[in-house]
Design a protein around this ligand. Structure first.
Ligand SMILES: NCc1[nH]cc(CCC(=O)O)c1CC(=O)O
Length: 317
């Protein structure tokens, strides 16, 4: 192990909060004393193309990869040694030479209901305006309430919260986990059920990305949370089979209870009027069998759903 051991991160508040958390965990795993963290395990801020592009249309052409490209190049070049991502934003396939080496314990995977005027989703009046950029959340909300008017809501979490507080929307939906990491959970009116709002694959989890050669490094194991890693393997198996992207309404959530992994995965039509869901259990799961369960259930859902409409205006998870 050579120091400094550099952690690459985007500059958004959420990215900095997540990498700051992991900086402390990595320093502990590497045996770095508290007063040497900043020099031994420094954060290296990287501005990605996605952060730079102002033109929405260009951003949509490039998709989510634009937010990870420069970070992955820095990893491959050796300018950084590790990168922290929201698992939800990590594409199904890793670039050559890189891997997801560890998955820390997941935060709350649920979606949050945020509103200035209404205490709960069920309190929304007929035709209320719901802000989201996620096709999944749109479809799940309209499955319950076809009357809701879905409006595009972009920007970072702070911007979205401000627009909700200003009454620009009757309500918005965000991941509980991102809000928790930013310390803004006081804005949550209701945590939505995992059943009605089945989360995006990997929601609430972080991905620790390294060069492939580091996958068996001893410090990696200390950062990994076994049950989270198995659950995420199942969810991402389903995502792969569903060709799930930010552009289709796809949900997948797995958890381990008394040694049994249970995966639920679904696809919805864009307006939520149709929904295809499968649930499966697995005992003594390994990464491979969990991923295989995900791929099997995902393939069943895909077959049942056929080709669903893709919404090119949607970028978000
Ligand atoms: N697509 C944006 C995004 N990517 C990761 C998170 C935070 C949630 C997470 O860590 O899964 C968010 C915001 C949101 O969905 O509210």
């Amino acid at each position: 192990m050579t120091f400094p051991f550099r952690i690459g991160t985007r500059r958004s508040k959420l990215a900095l909060a997540q990498s700051g958390m992991m900086q402390r965990a990595i320093a502990a795993a590497l045996g770095v004393p508290a007063n040497e963290v900043e020099t031994a395990v420094p954060l290296v801020e990287i501005v990605t193309t996605g952060d730079r592009i102002q033109d929405r249309r260009l951003l949509e052409l490039g998709g989510k990869a634009l937010f990870t490209k420069e970070i992955e190049e820095a990893l491959l070049d050796g300018r950084i040694d590790i990168a922290i991502h929201s698992m939800k934003d990590v594409p199904a396939v890793q670039p050559e030479g890189l891997c997801i080496a560890a998955i820390p314990e997941r935060e709350d995977a649920r979606d949050a209901f945020i509103s200035r005027d209404f205490a709960a989703f069920d309190d929304l009046p007929f035709g209320a305006r719901l802000g989201t950029a996620s096709l999944r959340r749109q479809a799940q909300a309209q499955a319950l309430r076809p009357d809701l008017m879905i409006e595009m809501l972009r920007g970072n979490i702070d911007t979205r919260l401000r627009r909700a507080a200003d009454g620009e929307f009757d309500a918005i939906l965000l991941a509980v986990s991102g809000m928790a990491r930013l310390g803004v959970t006081e804005h949550i009116r209701e945590k939505l059920s995992l059943d009605a709002f089945l989360p995006a694959p990997g929601q609430g989890a972080l991905a620790i990305q390294t060069r492939a050669a580091d996958i068996d490094a001893p410090w990696v194991a200390t950062l990994n949370h076994a049950d989270t890693a198995l659950a995420v393997a199942a969810e991402r198996g389903a995502m792969l089979a569903l060709e799930g992207s930010c552009r289709t309404a796809v949900g997948a959530y797995a958890a381990i209870d008394s040694g049994t992994l249970r995966l639920t995965t679904e696809m919805l039509s864009a307006d939520g009027s149709a929904r295809w869901r499968r649930v499966g259990d697995l005992s003594e799961a390994t990464t491979e069998t969990a991923r295989a369960l995900g791929q099997r259930l995902g393939a069943e859902v895909h077959l049942a759903a056929g080709d669903q409409e893709v919404d090119p205006a949607t970028l978000d998870g």
